[in-house]
Structures are given as C-alpha cells and as structure tokens.
Design a binder for this molecule. Structure first.
Ligand SMILES: O=C(O)CCC(=O)C(=O)O
Length: 301
C-alpha cells in the first residue's frame, strides 16, 4: 500500500525521546511511550478529576453552562444541542490555553492541571513537528501555519460509570474530533474506547504509562488528506467505572484552516481537497451536526 507519510520518519524524528509504537499512523492513531511525563503526574491528574466528580451536585451544577466556548463546562451529554439522547457519562471540560481556566475545587486542581496541560502541549507540538517532517516539510510548518503559539487547548475528563445494560447505551457515539490532535490517557479498566479500523471497531487497550494519540479533522484538512482523522466511540461495561483524560489542540478560533499550500499542486494532480474555513466555524458546525465525519465531508471540494 502506498503510504505517503511513512511511519519510519516519525519514529526516527522521535527516536531520542518520545517513541511511537509501530502502527499505521497515517490512519489516524498512534500510541506513545517515553513521553517523559512522570507516572505521578498522571495519577495526580486522575485524582484531581476524581475529586471534582466527587463534589456535590450543587457544586458541579455551577459549571453546567450551555455556551459552546464556556471556559469551564460540566455536563452529562455529548451533544445537548443536536440530540435528545443522553450518553452514559459525566464530563468536565476546561479551556487550558491560551487562557488557563480551572474549577475552584478541588484545591489542588489548578496546580496539577496547569503542569499536565503544559506537558501535553509540548508533546503535541513535538508530534506535529514529526508529522511536518514526515510530509517532507520543515519541522515548524504545521505549528506556524496553524498559529499554535495561540492554540486552543481543551482538557476534558470523561467518567463512564458501570452501566447495567451496556448493550443499550453508549458512552460516546462514533465521531472524529474537530481538533488537530487529541491525546488520551485512560484508567486501567476494561477497554471501552474503540477505533474504526478496516471497517471494524477495534478496542484500545489501556496500557500503563502510554498515551493514545488520535488525529483530528483539522489534521486531515491541513495535510490535504494525507493523514486521516480517526472515527472512534466509547462503549460501556457493567463492571467498573472508566475515566479518560483528554487533551486536544486546535488552532485559534479565528484562524483560517485549509490544506497547507506546500501540499497542493494542481499541475501535479494534487488539488486542494478541502475548502478554507475558520476553526470557529468548523467547531460550531460540528456541535450542530455530530455524525461521524459529516462536517469534514461538508468541507470537501
Ligand atoms: O473517553 C475516551 O476514551 C475518548 C473520549 C473522546 O472520544 C472525546 O472526548 O472526544
């Protein structure tokens, strides 16, 4: 199979530190180890989110806003605007960059999440440099084109309690992320995150001290279709609570997003595959219509 972005280049670029495990990265995922993040910080982040979810309903409700770009948002449904269904999860989402937001409780949340998100940004940028190089471009190409000095970074924790009839509900429906990339850490419970691969749903095992990287729609647009965003979903289990902690990186809301000009060449039969949009427009469209890759399909030329 022709692979326009050979994994070897990415692994080579990261050989000294961050290591990607052998996989088909151009298909939208990657597992990373040797990321330099100490286990203690990962555990502390999980405990801090646990501390938030353990607050009283009244304390959590304080953050139950409806606005899409609310700095801190607590909720129980994936897409309140578009669907009546309530998914079997609680979540807390904070905007961590360019302005860092945090809930008042638990008291240590700020310190831990600031450190955690700074590390996640560094790892994301490192991955984007490797991806730029894998596309035959200077390493700073993606971060410059997508204005990542002012990136939007979200930190989200999803809590999926045991579900008495897991076959009748979902944690999250099949979707791709609107981000450039997403880094997932999951608690050591039964694998419930599934990714679409070869027309099948494949479970993602929780491997200790590794992160799971999911490529988002903006990566597919910027790379002019070379890297595919990944369709994924969360199924439930009836045994134990599962927690995931997710960091996503996107361009600033007003940034224009389009295929990188270096990857477009109509003479060489490489036309632009997607139209230009702002990230804000993209996120808004996605929240109204979250059905698999429907918004990405709307952008296709
Ligand atoms: O809970 C997970 O493992 C994945 C969460 C997810 O897909 C998301 O927040 O978009």
């Amino acid at each position: 199979m022709a692979c326009p972005a050979p994994l070897g280049l990415i692994a080579g670029r990261l050989a000294e530190g961050l290591v990607t495990l052998p996989h088909t990265s151009y298909e939208g995922w990657q597992r990373i180890v040797n990321h330099g993040l100490v286990m203690k910080l990962q555990t502390a982040m999980m405990d801090a989110f646990d501390g938030f979810f353990d607050l009283t309903i009244e304390e959590k409700q304080h953050y139950m806003g409806q606005e899409l770009f609310e700095p801190i948002r607590y909720g129980t449904s994936f897409n309140e605007a578009a669907v009546d269904v309530r998914y079997w999860r609680d979540y807390l989402r904070i905007i961590a960059h360019p302005v860092f937001s945090y809930p008042a409780k638990p008291l240590n949340f700020r310190k831990i999440s600031e450190e955690y998100t700074r590390n996640m940004r560094d790892i994301s940028i490192e991955l984007l440099r490797a991806i730029s190089e894998s596309l035959g471009l200077p390493e700073a190409t993606m971060e410059e084109a997508l204005q990542l000095k002012s990136c939007i970074q979200l930190l989200i924790s999803n809590l999926y309690p045991p579900c008495p009839q897991p076959e009748l509900a979902l944690g999250l429906p099949p979707h791709s992320d609107s981000s450039i990339l997403t880094i997932v850490m999951q608690s050591n419970t039964k694998a419930c995150l599934q990714v679409q691969h070869g027309g099948k749903w494949v479970p993602v095992e929780a491997i200790s001290n590794s992160f799971f990287v999911i490529l988002g729609d903006i990566m597919e647009i910027a790379s002019n279709g070379t890297y595919k965003s990944l369709l994924h979903r969360v199924v439930l289990n009836n045994e134990s609570t599962r927690m995931s902690i997710v960091s996503t990186i996107g361009p600033p809301l007003e940034a224009l997003v389009s295929p990188l000009p270096q990857l477009v060449d109509s003479i060489q039969n490489r036309p632009a595959l997607f139209r230009e949009t702002t990230y804000k427009e993209y996120v808004q469209l996605q929240k109204q219509n979250q059905e698999e890759k429907s918004v990405l399909n709307l952008m296709k030329l």
